[in-house]
Write a protein that binds this ligand. Structure first.
Ligand code: BDP
Length: 725
């Protein structure tokens, strides 16, 4: 019955896609990106196809739960497509492929595994070949779901299954997406249509898209979702919206995904009718407790609250003279009896602070150890705000007694929205690998957030997701790759961004090496290209105000200096860059040794971070032998060149994939080239007014003068006015 329903839904989806003129014409039925990386097309390699047919044509799936039902549905959807053959799936008996837990299957209970199920925990799994059968084993049905998706990934990426032996467990506990979705369905910094959550038809209508969204997430091992914007609408916590949330939770539950909500700190007043939201007021405590009880009575596996407090105008405990820890703990107490957690964001900066870089550390380090056990501090990767490149936030490694998780941005707020190709896997990898030296060498951010360095009670990784109701989920087809990479790294941060890109290309497009290799390389270069045409060598925050799409390094007069560009680049006749050494803000003191010493010296600071930490003279000689000015120009021009190379590479891909996606990406690359040139010219001409040096010979000259580009800031195309906050 279930399967039939699913097929009807898929059919409907295809019909709707056809009617709405989605970008798939004649080449292939549904190559509009909706299936993302779960396409399940027939395996093209005939030898492997034979092997898969011989190993996977009969399946025994034991267990009887909503989760085993969705595993059944997934196999039913995937295997006949991949194998182009009939596949029989049953509950008992011997088969080519056996899936079960020791509880649900006697075979699994007595099988002789190479790996050990005892180490697999509640979510891990084993995949092994035993006596000619491929076996997926786990302690729980959720573990089986993850194992099944892993096996499907191996098939989709054309992996030889002979002697397969995989033992896998997630490295962090909460692997989470944060939606910045407003209840009116506009998505803050989301560039892929309206919110996926159709509040208007909830709770009655369980949109099949919720299930497909859950499938995509579960295929990566993601297990938590905060459904609404951190700039939270208090209505989220009212009966009306909680009731709607019940349907979402129900759709996601079989896939092992818990729902969280972002709350507004003033809710006791705005929703509860109290006179105060003071966390130490007994009435307020009681109110939160009752609210939590109410939520858990509706959604017993509710995850907890995500909170942005006393940041960018959001209310918080400061109004009552209380600090973040007191503020968080009242919420933590309320959800604790139900096993819930509070995720408290560390994204704060105040107008009084001389250097915004310092703020989160200065505010939170003195509170280390004061948060309840079920609070996790959610810290952005860098000290400022999801810029194309930031050094890691020194909060990682500084909070010995406070659970600290990592927040990354999948949506491309600072990377050209859904118009530019910028695979973020390399950015995520860079921060996860960064060594904090918190407990000597090797204390990478990854090891801090997985709790190894300080033995955290709770661990996690969150990604701000941009998906919306665009047919292909993410607007730019390649933004899907960052969602994919985020999920894979949240499961195991030691995976390489390059391997992940390789997998994603194979699953999303084709296994043809003539496509996979160049496209993977394009992806690997794309983030650096974006850094170079926007803000190379450690420049940051040069964006036009509000929408953050185009360049405006000249921005100077705003209500707060730390919103301007000049605050960050500090260009003058002598040089450029923010002095964060002892002679400046001394933010580098927040890093542990040897980083502090390394960053305090121009000659030992990696050049990619140079202007983050130093005000450097225009004539300073760089490692390349060029002066700083020449190097800056070189980087800006190489950013544009990299985009042009991507265009050339992509052009060669014509005919290797469906026309619809080929043409779409091609057009987007044209937009990207146009924007990259505008970024380059704006920045080079503007900084030239300080360096007073010519653009060296051999470079194409900017088409217009600086004033033209300044005028463009207001006039130039911005993808959609909704994306202004
Ligand atoms: C910034 C965004 C803003 C978010 C804020 C946050 O510009 O829209 O509200 O981060 O993380 O990057 O709260």
């Amino acid at each position: 019955m279930k399967v039939i329903k699913l097929h009807i839904i898929i059919l409907l989806v295809l019909i709707i896609a056809g009617c709405s003129g989605a970008p798939n014409s004649n080449t292939n039925k549904a190559e509009d990106g909706y299936r993302a990386w779960l396409r399940y097309e027939k395996v093209a390699d005939s030898e492997l196809l034979d092997q898969y047919r011989s190993k996977l044509s009969t399946v025994t799936l034991s267990g009887d739960s909503p989760t085993t039902e969705v595993i059944f549905d997934e196999l039913q959807e995937a295997l006949p497509g991949l194998l182009d053959a009939e596949v029989s799936i049953r509950k008992q008996g011997s088969s080519d492929l056996i899936i079960g837990t020791p509880e649900s299957s006697d075979y699994i209970a007595s099988a002789d595994f190479e790996g050990s199920l005892s180490g697999a925990g509640d979510e891990g799994f084993l995949i092994e070949e035993i006596e000619g059968s491929v076996v997926v084993a786990a302690n729980t049905d959720i573990g089986l779901l993850y194992g099944t998706f892993e096996l499907l990934r191996k098939i989709q990426t054309h992996t030889d299954l002979d002697g397969i032996s995989i033992e896998s467990t997630p490295k962090v506990e909460y692997r989470m997406l944060n939606h910045w979705d407003n209840l009116g369905r506009l998505v803050e910094r989301g560039y892929a249509g309206l919110s996926i959550w159709n509040w208007g038809t909830l709770p009655e209508y369980n949109d099949p898209r919720y299930t497909d969204y859950a499938r995509l997430n579960a295929s990566l091992g993601l297990n938590a979702v905060a459904v609404n914007n951190v700039n939270a609408d208090p209505r989220m916590i009212t009966d009306q919206f909680l009731e709607k949330l019940v349907t979402i939770a129900k759709a996601l539950r079989p896939y092992g995904i818990k729902v969280f909500i972002s709350i507004n700190y003033q809710s006791p007043i705005t929703v509860g009718g109290l006179k105060t939201a003071d966390p130490l007021d007994p009435g307020v405590r009681e109110w939160w407790k009752k609210k939590a009880d109410e939520i858990y009575s509706l959604i017993p596996d509710f995850g907890g609250f995500l909170v942005k407090a006393d940041s960018e105008g959001q209310p918080g405990p400061f109004a009552y003279g209380r600090d973040h820890a007191v503020g968080a703990n009242v919420l933590a107490e309320a959800v604790a009896p139900h096993g819930g957690i509070v995720i408290w964001r560390a994204f704060v900066y105040s107008p009084e602070q001389s250097d915004r870089f310092r703020e989160a550390y200065d505010e939170f380090v003195p509170l280390d150890g004061k948060f309840n056990e079920n609070v996790i501090l959610q810290t952005k990767n860098g000290p400022i705000d999801f810029q194309p490149r930031e050094p890691f936030s020194p909060l990682f490694g500084a909070m010995k007694n406070t659970n600290t998780m990592l927040e990354l941005q999948i949506t491309q707020e600072y990377f050209g929205f859904a118009n530019h190709l910028a695979y973020q896997g390399t950015l995520f990898e860079e921060v996860l690998e960064a060594d904090t030296y918190a407990d000597g060498e090797g204390s990478s951010v990854g090891r801090v957030i997985d709790g190894e360095v300080f033995d955290y009670k709770h661990t996690g990784m969150a990604g701000v997701i941009n998906i919306g109701n665009d047919r292909n989920w993410t607007g730019h087809p390649f933004v899907q790759s960052s969602w994919y990479a985020f999920g894979r790294l949240a499961w195991d941060y030691t995976l390489s961004a390059e391997d992940i890109a390789d997998e994603w290309v194979r699953m999303t497009f084709t296994n043809d090496p003539a496509f996979v290799d160049p496209v993977r390389e394009m992806m690997m270069d794309s983030r650096e290209a974006g850094v170079n045409y926007r803000m190379p060598l450690g420049l940051t925050h040069l964006y036009a105000q509000g929408h953050h799409y185009g360049p405006a390094p000249w921005t100077a007069n705003l209500p707060r200096p730390d919103w301007t560009a000049v605050y960050y680049h500090k260009a003058d006749k002598n040089g450029i860059g923010f002095d964060r050494t002892k002679t400046g803000s001394n933010a580098i003191e927040q890093y542990k040794e040897p980083l502090r010493t390394m960053f305090s010296n121009v000659s030992t600071t990696p050049e990619k971070y140079l202007l983050w930490f130093h005000h450097v003279s225009w004539g300073h000689e760089m490692q390349s032998g060029r002066t700083l000015w020449e190097e800056l120009v070189f980087k800006y021009y190489s950013g544009v060149e990299a985009v042009r190379n991507m265009q050339k590479q992509w052009q060669k891909m014509e005919g290797k994939i469906d026309e619809a996606r080929f043409e779409y990406v091609k057009a987007l690359l044209e937009i990207q080239e146009r924007d990259a040139v505008r970024w380059r010219n704006s920045c080079v001409l503007y900084f030239q007014t300080f360096s007073e040096k010519p653009i060296p010979e051999g470079y194409e000259k900017p088409e217009h003068d600086l004033q033209y580009y300044i005028d463009q800031e207001q006039k130039a195309y911005v993808p959609d006015p909704r994306y202004n906050r």
